[in-house]
Design a binder for this molecule. Structure first.
Ligand code: NAD
Ligand code: DAU
Length: 359
């Protein structure tokens, strides 16, 4: 017998990962998704055009800080699960303007928790047992790792370096506090760097692809030696479904791709993919566009995730390697200028100094 789809409220569903989650959950046929998003500079409904008109998808334009509106959306939509992704997400913007991060990531998460608690308490016994609040967080809460050793496990101490990671760490603490104090059934996940289609072209990978296609400098901070662990966004979306539905209440799950690369290797790999697919004039390589620029203040050297718990408890594994995922991503940007070109032309000039306001 086929069960009725479960209703999931996805916050931040118009963003990079949130839109992948909406597409994935609706695509399974097992969920009805309500996407609640404020549509900041990073929110883009064109990322969801595949879902337009789908009876299992609805959009609600709202701010997670607006508790009354969120409460109403939860009640009217008969929401059974919440997956919380809404946040300010770019480290460089948090350095230039931290308060938007405190507002959306800390106050916003606490406001959403308050609305979720009221909603949960209003449910009947069976619905209350099935309800869950999944908080989507980052490996950046654990802070700076040495180049040579160490990985983040679920037990790693919190040691955030940037206003962004401090705000995400605070939000994780609030989520745990609502569980310990009020009994709200929560689960958390902390993921490494995502990449893939619909990634806003201020982050390293889409910025480098777009700049290379436009014959602009490819900015590498410092010496390009910093290391990140990369995961294809659709693999993250599958992991998030697994955490939301099979994760143990009160637990957190680390998610990562076991794909550590220096930033320079990432940029060089993109250049090689573009040299093969879109050669430059006169036989030059895109590598010639690499430009070393002033380092990010407080730049964490390395992140590395141990995803063993997610693999063993949830049976989750990434389907893409870094090489296959990056090739798919480069191809997507080559074929989908309709999505990223207007963003660059209207609102963002591609440089750290030229960032537009945070919201
Ligand atoms: P994003 O910046 O692309 O999208 C964020 C979305 O949240 C946007 O649609 C924006 O409009 C919305 N939003 C922001 N403030 C809001 C508010 N006050 N109310 C309602 N909506 C609001 O971010 P992303 O890269 O998709 O990240 C999503 C989540 O995943 C974030 O919580 C982030 O911390 C976390 N995360 C991201 C990565 C990554 O590599 N991108 C890795 C691990 C975890
Ligand atoms: O680790 C997960 C985090 O990954 C998420 O929580 C964040 O939301 C997400 O933005 C990402 O943070 P990073 O700071 O690691 O991503 P970003 O793409 O901004 O930078 C990746 C690395 O590349 C980082 O070491 C800084 C460097 N960099 C970045 C940009 C934008 C450059 O060298 N040049 C650049 O122009």
């Amino acid at each position: 017998m086929r069960h009725a789809p479960q209703t999931v409220l996805v916050t931040g569903g118009a963003g990079f990962i949130g839109s992948a989650v909406c597409r994935h959950l609706v695509g399974t046929g097992n969920y009805r998704v309500i996407n609640l998003d404020k549509l900041t500079y990073a929110g883009n409904l064109t990322s969801l055009r595949d879902l337009e008109g789908n009876p299992n998808y609805a959009f609600r334009h709202a701010d997670i800080c607006d508790t009354d509106t969120v409460r109403r959306i939860l009640a009217d939509g008969k929401v059974e699960l919440i997956m919380h992704l809404a946040a300010e997400s770019h480290v460089d913007r948090s350095i230039d303007g931290p308060m938007a991060f405190v507002t959306s990531n800390v106050v916003g998460t606490a406001s959403l928790l308050s609305a979720a608690l009221d909603h949960w308490r209003s449910l009947g016994e069976e619905a209350r047992k099935r309800f869950g609040f999944h908080h989507v967080s980052t490996d950046e809460v654990f802070g700076d790792l040495a180049f040579e050793s160490g990985v983040f496990t679920e037990e790693s101490p919190y040691k955030p370096s940037s206003p962004y990671s401090a705000s995400k760490a605070a939000s994780d603490h609030f989520v745990r506090a609502w569980h310990e104090t009020y009994g709200l059934p929560v689960v958390l996940s902390n993921c490494s760097n995502n990449y893939g289609p619909y990634h806003f072209p201020e982050k390293l990978i889409p910025l480098v692809i777009a700049n290379a296609l436009d014959e602009q400098p490819l900015p590498v901070y410092g010496k390009g030696a910093n290391i990140r662990d990369w995961l294809f966004v659709e693999d993250h979306a599958r992991a998030l479904e697994a955490v939301m539905t099979r994760g143990r209440i009160g637990e957190s799950y680390n998610i990562g791709g076991r794909s550590e690369r220096t930033n320079l290797v990432v940029v060089e790999t993109i250049c090689a993919l573009l040299d093969a697919r879109r050669p430059r004039a006169r036989g030059r390589s895109h590598l010639d566009l690499i430009t070393y620029v002033t380092d990010r203040p407080g730049h964490d050297r390395r992140y590395a995730i141990d995803p063993t718990k997610s693999e063993q408890e949830l049976g989750w594994r990434p389907l893409e390697t870094f090489e296959t995922g990056l090739a798919k991503t480069v191809d997507w940007y080559l074929e989908n200028g309709w999505w990223w070109r207007p963003i660059r032309e209207q609102r963002f000039d591609g440089s750290r100094q030229g960032l537009v306001g945070a919201t």
